[in-house]
Design a protein around this ligand. Structure first.
Ligand SMILES: [Fe+2]
Length: 219
């Protein structure tokens, strides 16, 4: 058994308000070194923290580790604002990466619905690993996070409309998920694996979206 966050128990996700900290210039994610790594569509990933600090996207289990205690890669020096964002939250992060998602149509996106393997090698009695998203750049109003409890049952679906700055925390080992991004430009987002603990619980509660933000985002 792992420690899990009560705030994720009912739905498996929480929408946070927009990031209102130090602005992160787009030159940061545009300058990163991306690797060809397919997950959830036509994607490339820029690793900011990996299991060993090497520039690679593989699961931490390949290094004998749970998805925690990430080590900054050489990309980190290019993106001080993104690193600051993660370090300011202050929790135990594992994988930290920027995703670059190419546009697709809706049926193609739905075929990419998947669950993540976040907790392999995660010792019992420690915190369940969940993931946060910070949307960096897309075509505002165009991309949507599609979440399902049951992959084949659209009645279990939630859609979260995305825009730059929105933050979302998702138990992606529980929920099937994909982002449908119609484009035309690529979509960039910062994805961070977090160990569930009191600190992350507090961060989520402090930044939970207002009712108005929720009504705008969730359908
Ligand atoms: Fe995923």
């Amino acid at each position: 058994m792992h420690y899990k966050l009560d705030i994720l128990a009912e739905k498996g996700y929480v929408v946070l308000g927009d990031y209102d900290g130090k602005p992160i210039p787009s030159t940061e994610w545009e300058s990163l070194e991306y690797m060809d790594w397919k997950s959830g569509g036509d994607t490339n990933f820029a690793p900011l923290a990996s299991a060993t600090g090497a520039m690679e996207c593989r699961g931490f289990w390949d290094s004998g580790k749970a998805d925690k205690f990430g080590v900054w890669t050489s990309n980190a020096a290019i993106a001080p604002g993104l690193i600051h964002y993660v370090e300011e939250i202050g929790g135990n992060y594992g994988r930290v990466r920027v995703i670059k998602l190419s546009p697709s149509d809706e049926p193609t996106a739905l075929r990419q619905l998947h669950r993540d393997d976040n907790n392999r090698l995660n010792p019992d009695g420690t915190g369940w690993v969940v993931r946060s998203w910070l949307e960096l750049d897309d075509t505002p109003g165009q991309s949507v996070f599609i979440l399902r409890e049951d992959k084949d049952d659209p009645a279990t679906e939630t859609r979260i409309r995305l825009h730059p700055g929105i933050q979302v925390v998702i138990d992606t080992e529980r929920l099937w998920h994909v982002v449908w991004h119609p484009g035309p430009r690529p979509r960039y987002a910062l994805i961070t694996s977090w160990e569930s603990d009191a600190l992350i619980d507090n961060w989520i509660r402090e930044h939970a979206a207002s009712r108005r933000q929720l009504l705008e985002a969730v359908s």
